[in-house]
Ligand binder design. Structure first.
Ligand SMILES: [Zn+2]
Length: 391
């Protein structure tokens, strides 16, 4: 029989309980959970079934005890709650791992994507190469779902076993997935990290971290043998090129010829030529002059930054309208020869220019009434990113 114990943080403080045999005191039954009504809980139970130790058949003698009996997984589970004042969980043998303990079985992403088993949980190591939301506000992180683009060696490797598989996979971290402070801080840093994604679910072709899923930060393994459970990628991450099976909320690479500029969404704003501050203030006395609050000075020659969306003709996606919101670096390089003296530019002069490969996040895919893809150029999380960001 399985039970799940809800507890207030205090009674578990500083205790490493995983794998240990414990005694529980001061518990009450909150609920008898059934398979039909708590599918998430039972997907975890099914992942741990059958038990690590052979089951004893009830009503049989000693001679038959070691005989493994095939028993279907349980159909109910008790949810217990520790009473705040008298509830207690004590480890029975501090230094011994229980024979019943089943550590998570990690698989590579290729194996997971090729498996049709959606009823149990899956665990894997993967590197986060892009994170959809910039998590500056740690409070927000606890409320919203986060999209992480991840990959591992098995997906990046090019061979006949990979045909038809994506090179990266989106992982949705739902608000119900509780994240440790360490993980929250790692995500807020927006630098490349590898995680152990433990007990995730697969739903509608996606990997989802929900209630009872765990994200564990993988520390860099210095000097470890290659047998270490690692997804360390040695070469630059490759993305799939935009094609007819590219899905929304994924990442892809794209290249093509500029066939149009979306004038209606194009705009520019001045930035500080010294520190890059994008929120310049109009100097009160001097019309047209800007001052930078960060540098406390008047910005004499502000650098314009531009928001620019272009339409591309892509060989990998013919007959499709591909709209790309370009990054500042691409805008600058595209407009390098198109800009006029006064800072404006001639839209006509960028037509016919080749761009790419650009790394993009797929914001929208529509097939009706017309085939359209909305992309946003992104910067992948790589080791050099944090330092080059403000240069
Ligand atoms: Zn400045």
């Amino acid at each position: 029989m399985f039970s799940e114990v809800y507890s207030e943080g205090a009674i578990l403080k500083d205790q490493q309980l995983e794998g240990k045999s414990c005694s529980l005191m001061g518990m009450k039954v909150l609920q008898k959970a059934t398979r039909g009504r708590t599918a998430g809980l039972f997907s975890l139970i099914d992942t741990m079934w059958p038990p690590a130790m052979p089951l004893k058949a009830p009503g049989r003698g000693q001679a038959h005890e070691e005989v493994e009996t095939r028993v279907p997984p349980p159909s109910f589970c008790y949810i217990l709650s520790a009473h705040p004042s008298v509830g207690q969980i004590d480890v029975i043998e501090e230094d011994r791992i229980s024979k019943l303990y089943q550590p998570p079985v990690t698989r590579c992403l290729r194996e997971i994507l090729q498996s049709d088993d959606h009823s149990t949980r899956c665990s894997f190591y993967a590197r986060v190469i892009y994170q959809r939301s910039q998590l500056n506000d740690l409070l927000l992180l606890q409320q919203r779902e986060i999209w992480l683009m991840v990959t591992d060696v098995s997906l990046q490797m090019q061979d006949e076993n990979n045909s038809g598989l994506p090179k990266t996979v989106p992982v949705c971290v739902a608000p119900s997935c509780v994240l440790s402070q360490e993980v929250v801080e790692a995500l807020a840093e927006a630098t490349p990290h590898s995680f152990l994604f433990r007990d995730t679910l697969r739903a509608q072709g996606q990997i989802v971290c929900v209630e009872r899923s765990v994200l564990l930060l993988q520390k860099p393994l210095v000097g470890m043998a290659s047998s270490a459970p690692s997804c360390e990628l040695t070469s630059p991450v490759k993305l799939n090129e935009l094609d007819s099976v590219t899905q929304v909320n994924s990442v892809c690479s794209v290249q093509g010829t500029v066939v149009g500029v979306d004038e209606s969404t194009a705009f520019s704003w001045p930035t500080c030529d010294l520190c890059g501050n994008e929120r310049l203030e109009q100097s009160p006395g001097d019309r047209g002059a800007f001052s930078c609050g960060d540098c406390s000075r008047v910005v004499i020659s502000p650098l314009p930054r531009r928001h620019l969306q272009v339409f591309l003709d892509c060989p990998s996606r013919p007959q499709c309208t591909v709209r790309v919101k370009l990054s500042q670096a691409s805008v600058s390089s595209l407009l390098r020869f198109a800009a006029c003296e006064d800072g404006s530019y001639e839209a006509q002069s960028v037509l016919g220019k080749e761009v790419g490969l650009l790394n993009c996040f797929v914001r929208s895919v529509t097939t009706h009434p017309a085939s359209c893809v909305g992309l946003e150029e992104i910067e992948l999380l790589t080791a050099g990113r944090a330092s080059s960001r403000h240069c």
